[in-house]
Design a protein around this ligand. Structure first.
Ligand code: FAD
Length: 470
């Protein structure tokens, strides 16, 4: 036994859902243990997801700016080159610092950290296979499953993390591939495609669906795709991969139109499979204690994050809802608040989504397609960054803000932004949406000049009245 027999809360999984839940539980005075098998805390997000991808996106953007933008700003130098090992080392340093930081937060908040693979023995007992080959029993009144998700493979395609990689392999390639084929045009594929495209790879994205990033507003998506194409990314939509042959020289993919038809081939040095993620519950023993899951293996929970088994809760990527780190964190806090006898709250309709390409695309609330489907009368206000003074001053003016508001009440229904820093700009809209603000509410707030945020104010003006600067 680990000496933690009388835990109030045991969390299985130390990702953004699990570690946040554990810290919050401890802060609420609950005796808490977190079990993690990986060896480091932070889960997919910190180790092989959000953080390393953003590190490489930033590094590759710097190179792209150096080769494409600096001269326009009168900054000249004789040569510039990519030092891939150094780029990877800076990414690894960021990851190591952050994951260690969470261990520090565990100590500070007195969360007991048990390393190893956790399995249910009963709804209140977990057996942990520890790294030294032993077993520890961890007991708790409440167990939170936060085991997250894993890469989804495709039938007939074996991921070797060398020639055929998942996002994990794509974050750690040892050489810049000449040709990189990305299977799946979701945000992970586009982000990783951007990284390697900026530092020299030829990128082709193959997607079964007719559109890239299906959750985006249609109008924004069109502009976004055009922007990526201008950067050299090629798209083969409505196309399925029916075969993959790996040889010493590379990979040959056999493709077919999604609706069926003539086959074609495509060559690649490296293939990235980014066709979605799947809930991870392998070896956990959910069936043993009778926890209900849906068809794709997600744990079914109620609004208190409780499963059908009393005392067993679940949060994050392993339950239905947007598979995002910040959503997992919100789940974790709310779940623990309920366990502590308080009231928690997460609204999945107001979870912002961001694609961290350049420009970034961020949105919160409903798309125009969703608003139309609801049959609500609505107004649209738009403002292009071409008319925003800060964007022009820094010569980075691609994109727009689009606001959807209910016609009768002017209540904001959705906000969509394509801009270099859209992921930061979106939170003003998130607050507006959370507090049921109208577009006029945003328009009447004084915004500092010159900022990109002024585009949001102007788009709000355009929604209920007229903008000034266009
Ligand atoms: P996870 O982070 O997957 O953590 C689960 C943890 O549980 C893992 O560490 C695992 O080892 C552990 N575990 C599983 N089973 C057991 C067991 N039986 N015993 C012990 N431990 C166990 N999201 C964003 O919001 N923004 C982004 O920019 C972003 N970028 C991403 C980029 C990539 C390349 C990828 C792959 C994902 C990205 N995501 C991003 C998604 C994000 O990583 C996930 O939504 C998030 O990590 C989910 O958190 P979680 O805590 O539910 O699960």
């Amino acid at each position: 036994s680990s000496g933690s027999d009388d835990n109030d809360v045991v969390v299985i999984g130390g990702g953004p859902g699990g570690y946040v839940a554990a810290i919050k539980a401890a802060q609420l005075g609950l005796k808490t243990t977190c079990i993690e098998k990986r060896g480091t805390l932070g889960g997919t997000c910190l180790n092989v997801g959000c953080i390393p991808s953003k590190a490489l996106l930033h590094s590759s953007h710097m190179y792209h700016e150096a080769t494409h933008a600096f001269a326009n700003h009168g900054v000249k130098f004789s040569s510039v080159e990519v030092d891939l090992p150094a780029m990877m080392a800076q990414k690894d340093k960021a990851v190591a610092n952050l994951t260690r930081g969470i261990e520090g937060l565990f100590k500070k908040n007195k969360v007991n950290y048990v390393k190893g693979y956790g399995k249910f023995i009963s709804p209140s007992e977990i057996s942990v296979d520890t790294p030294d080959g032993g077993t520890a029993i961890v007991k708790g009144k409440n167990i939170i499953v936060a085991t997250g998700s894993d890469v989804k493979s495709l039938p007939g395609i074996t991921i070797d993390e060398k020639r055929i990689v998942s996002s994990t392999g794509a974050l750690a390639l040892s050489a810049i591939p000449r040709k990189l084929v990305v299977i799946g045009a979701g945000y992970i594929g586009l982000e990783m495609g951007s990284v390697w495209g900026r530092i020299g790879s030829e990128i082709t994205v193959v997607e079964f669906a007719p559109d890239i990033v299906p959750t985006l507003d249609g109008e924004i998506r069109k502009q976004f795709q055009r922007s990526l194409e201008k950067q050299g990314m090629k798209f083969m939509l409505k196309t399925k991969v029916v075969g993959v042959d790996t040889s010493e020289n590379g990979v040959k993919l056999t493709l077919e139109p999604a609706a069926g038809g003539e086959q074609t081939t495509l060559e690649a040095d490296v293939v990235l499979v980014s066709a979605g993620r799947t809930p991870f519950t392998a070896g956990l023993g959910l069936d043993k204690i009778g926890v209900e899951t849906d068809k794709i293996g997600r744990i079914l929970v109620n609004e208190r994050f409780a499963s059908n088994v009393p005392g067993v809760f679940a949060i994050g990527d392993v339950i239905p809802g947007p598979m995002l780190a910040h959503k997992a964190e919100e789940d974790g806090v709310a779940c623990v608040e309920f366990i502590a006898g308080k009231v928690g709250h997460v609204d999945y309709d107001k979870v912002p989504g961001v694609v961290y390409t350049h420009p970034e695309v961020a949105s919160v609330g409903k798309t125009e397609e969703q608003v139309k489907a609801l049959g609500v009368n609505y107004r649209v206000g738009k403002f292009p960054f071409m008319a925003n003074s800060r964007a022009k001053a820094i010569d980075d003016a691609e994109g727009l803000v689009k606001i959807l508001a209910e016609k009768e009440t002017d209540k904001i229904l959705g906000v969509h932004i394509m801009a270099p820093n859209a992921g930061e700009l979106i939170h003003e809209a998130a607050i507006a949406l959370q507090y049921d603000a109208s577009s006029e509410d945003i328009a009447r707030v004084c915004h500092a000049h010159p900022t990109m945020s002024e585009a949001l104010k102007e788009a709000a003006m355009a929604t209920y009245d007229k903008p000034i600067h266009i």
